[in-house]
Design a protein around this ligand. Structure first.
Ligand code: NAP
Length: 340
């Protein structure tokens, strides 16, 4: 079966997902596109044989030739579009964040539970990264004992000088580690704190870069996450879990190690698309397979809600310099504990 996909939001990641569905993955075809910028939607659809442009997201969701919906619009539009897809009974892949507030995410969770079956997958692609999957396997193997703490680093080369706020260091960047540690340790984050190191002179006025995000897991595992969005030298994501009798760390991702002129080294990815290209491929392939099979297996609407709740606590911690507990409702039985 070929899953006929309608894409809402033909911006940077929307176009990247269209490319992978059309040219890299199997089992899917993009048949419809919508964007608030109709000209952009038209340009993108022109490169897709047989694809149509819809004037509104609602029209695309209601198109009988669209089997499944991919939401890659900007965050504030996600809630309405995901709720409409659930209402139409169509599987929906939604880029992170599921919605910008935990209240909006809860409305999506409630709608999906009322619908009676899972149809939402959220774009937390790090769960599909081979390095993190090997790290999770090493932890579950038990040979290095119980995890005690984790060090993370999330460094971007730069962010635009205008429009990128200190809050976005948490809601846009650290949210990936927030989801990752919930999945890696199989438990919820219970509290957050933010530390503000010396501010980089390369950061735009008003941007406090870098930050240290500290997350407390339910078991007591403590996570520190350095998030530095103007690190300058490349896109560098690191992770090391310290356990009772060993540690497990992400390996360097360069394809080769070059030794010359008395030096040895590798390549630093240029950006997040470069670093996680295979993870993005794997998450969308997984989604297409699940849609074709009539199931939903990846990060769920519950995971989207949990990440939003932790983000809320981090943002409050940023404002108050306090340790802020995470407030999360009881998880409905509807959502399995372990997600792939
Ligand atoms: P982008 O380049 O600004 O693309 C968003 C597109 O959606 C733009 O073409 C925008 O049009 C359009 N749009 C906005 N509101 C819409 C609406 N109501 N209906 C239809 N189209 C709408 O942004 P992006 O970087 O692709 O990000 C899109 C989403 O993906 C965000 O939620 C972002 O957080 C997420 N993302 C995830 C990852 C990841 O690692 N998983 C990476 C990057 C982005 P205008 O430009 O005219 O507003």
């Amino acid at each position: 079966m070929t899953v006929r996909v309608g894409v809402i939001g033909a911006g940077m990641i929307g176009q990247d997902h269209i490319r992978r569905i059309s040219r890299v993955l199997t089992g899917g075809a993009v048949v419809a596109v919508n964007d608030v910028d109709a000209a952009r939607a038209g340009q993108v659809a022109a490169g897709l044989p047989g694809a149509v442009v819809h004037a509104t997201a609602q029209d695309l969701i209601g198109d009988g030739d669209v089997d499944a919906v991919l939401v890659a619009s900007w965050g504030p539009a996600h809630e309405e579009q995901v709720l409409a897809a659930i209402g139409a009974g169509k599987p929906v892949f939604c880029e992170k964040p599921l919605a910008p507030s935990s209240g909006a995410c809860l409305r999506i969770v409630d709608a999906e539970v009322a619908h009676g079956r899972r149809c939402v997958q959220v774009g937390f692609m790090r769960r599909y990264d081979a390095g993190y999957q090997a790290m999770k396997a090493a932890l579950e193997d038990g040979s290095i004992g119980a995890p005690l703490l984790m060090h993370c680093a999330h460094r971007n080369p730069s962010v635009p000088p205008y429009g990128f706020t200190t809050e976005m260091i948490i809601s846009d960047s650290a949210v990936h580690e927030i989801d990752l540690v919930r999945w890696l340790f199989g438990e919820e984050v219970v509290a957050a704190r933010i530390f503000k190191p010396r501010r980089s002179g390369k950061a735009a006025a008003g941007l406090h870069d870098p930050l240290i995000v500290q997350l407390e897991m339910a078991s007591g595992v403590l996570v520190d996450d350095e998030v530095f969005v103007n690190a300058g030298y490349g896109y560098d994501v690191r992770g090391e879990v310290v356990c009772e009798s060993g540690t497990v760390a992400l390996a360097d991702v360069g394809e080769v190690t070059l030794s010359a002129s008395g030096r040895r080294g590798g390549r630093v990815p240029v950006d997040w698309r470069d670093r996680f290209v295979r993870a993005y491929d794997a998450e969308l392939q997984d989604w297409l397979i699940a849609v074709a099979a009539g199931t939903s297996t990846g990060p769920s609407a519950w995971d989207g809600l949990a990440a939003a709740a932790v983000t809320d606590s981090c943002l409050q911690a940023l404002r108050t310099d306090q340790r802020i507990p995470v407030s999360l409702p009881e998880r409905p039985d509807f959502y399995a504990k372990a997600q792939s």
